[in-house]
Each structure stands twice: as C-alpha cells, then as structure tokens.
Design a protein around this ligand. Structure first.
Ligand code: CA
Ligand code: CA
Length: 148
C-alpha cells in the first residue's frame, strides 16, 4: 500500500504482537486504527471510529483506541468510560506526549508501541486479566480503507 509504505509487514506484525501481549495481562481491549487522512480532527474522528468499530460494546467498557492520520501527522488515543474514569484525563495527555516524542523523530512504530505499552499498563492495573477473558475485539491493526 503506497500510502502506508512507512509500515512494513513485520512492523504491523510487531504491533499486533504487542497488543496480544498487553492483552495477556488485562481484560481490556486495545486497538490501532491507521488511515491516511481525515477531514475531521483526530479526537472527533477517533470518537466516531470507536463507536463504528463497536469498541463501546465491551463488557467492562475498557477498550482503548489509538488513532493515526498518517499523512496529516495527527493522532489520538482514547478510552471507553470504564478505563477513563480510572485513569482520568491526565493519563491520555501523558501517553500522548510519550508517543509524540517518537513521532517527532520519525519513529512511527515506536510511537505506536509506546502507546500500546502505556495503555496496556493502565489496563492491567485497573482491569487485570481474568481466566474467563474473551478477546472481545480482534487485535488486527485496522487500516482506513479496510472497512470504514
Ligand atoms: Ca479481553
Ligand atoms: Ca483484543
């Protein structure tokens, strides 16, 4: 895919593995959505996608979405009400800052991995893994032209 050539197959696999690893420690669900461009700002767009991808349907309302508009150099990270009321607004800002540090130096993969790791830690703390856990949302990285 021309527009996403900054991401190799192995990088996509690394992200997917990071999500799967993080989810071994939590009942929460992490997802990454990447598209080239959106007319909407990253927060509005990710809130829209969150619902569109049915991420607001998890049992404990603990889904976290990392959204990237690749060409726009914009991104956001948002969580459902369950995790949000535990971590508060500062958490998303500090996670965003950590990701931003990597994006600035062009480390696209590391930026996303940092976001997955931070959110994974918070989810593991407040929503530890349960034996009965289901993978409620697939760990596949979703690209804009796939479904939406
Ligand atoms: Ca789960
Ligand atoms: Ca999952």
């Amino acid at each position: 895919m021309e527009t996403f050539k900054a991401l190799s197959t192995s990088e996509i696999a690394a992200m997917k593995a990071a999500i799967a690893n993080a989810e071994k420690r939590t009942s929460g669900e992490l997802r990454v959505f990447i598209e080239d461009h959106s007319e909407d700002g990253p927060l509005d767009r990710s809130a829209f996608l969150f619902k569109q991808l049915r991420m607001d349907k998890t049992k404990l309302r603990n889904g976290v979405l990392i959204y990237v508009a690749f060409r726009d150099h914009k991104f956001s990270i948002i969580g459902d009400v369950g995790i949000h009321e535990k971590v508060g607004g500062d958490f998303w800002n500090s996670t965003k800052n950590k990701m931003q540090t990597h994006f600035r130096t062009g480390e696209f993969l590391n930026a996303l991995l940092a976001g997955i790791e931070e959110a994974g830690e918070a989810l593991a703390k407040y929503f530890p893994y349960q034996v009965s856990d289901k993978d409620e949302l697939s760990n596949d990285i979703i690209f804009g032209e796939d479904k939406i």
